[in-house]
Design a protein around this ligand. Structure first.
Ligand SMILES: [Zn+2]
Length: 126
């Protein structure tokens, strides 16, 4: 059954599709609590605001680095922050990683569009 995801603040349809939703038990290094993660979104529905944080982080042996890429996702019609874009999606290669110390964020990873469940209004289509 398909669902319609709209902005809780203004009610705009965010054009998100259940087919692009990661399974609820899919593991993400940066966490997935209280949120829904999509593999693909309609970029015309959002404003993107890049955050540049140079902070070392070591979340797991497979996910560490110096620069965490995180982009704010805002509803295009009202500017309400609905979530973030993370770069901890599924790895796109089986590269040995930076300095051959194992995989890390230097491996290209698929983007993950993480939405706060509370920021969305989810209605089921019948
Ligand atoms: Zn909105």
């Amino acid at each position: 059954m398909a669902s319609i995801y709209s902005c809780k603040e203004c009610g705009a349809d965010l054009n998100l599709h259940t087919i692009h939703l990661f399974p609820p038990d899919y593991y993400f290094e940066a966490g997935n609590k209280g949120s829904l993660s999509f593999a693909m979104i309609d970029s015309s529905k959002f404003n993107f605001q890049k955050e540049n944080k140079f902070v070392p982080f070591f979340e797991t042996v497979n996910y560490w680095g110096i620069h965490r890429n995180r982009t704010k996702l805002k509803c295009k019609s009202c500017g309400f922050r609905v979530g973030y874009v993370y770069d901890d999606g599924p790895p796109m290669t089986d590269h040995p990683g930076q300095f051959h110390m194992g995989p890390s964020q230097v491996i290209p990873r698929a983007p993950r569009y993480r939405f706060k469940t509370k920021a969305l209004k989810i209605t089921s289509e019948t």
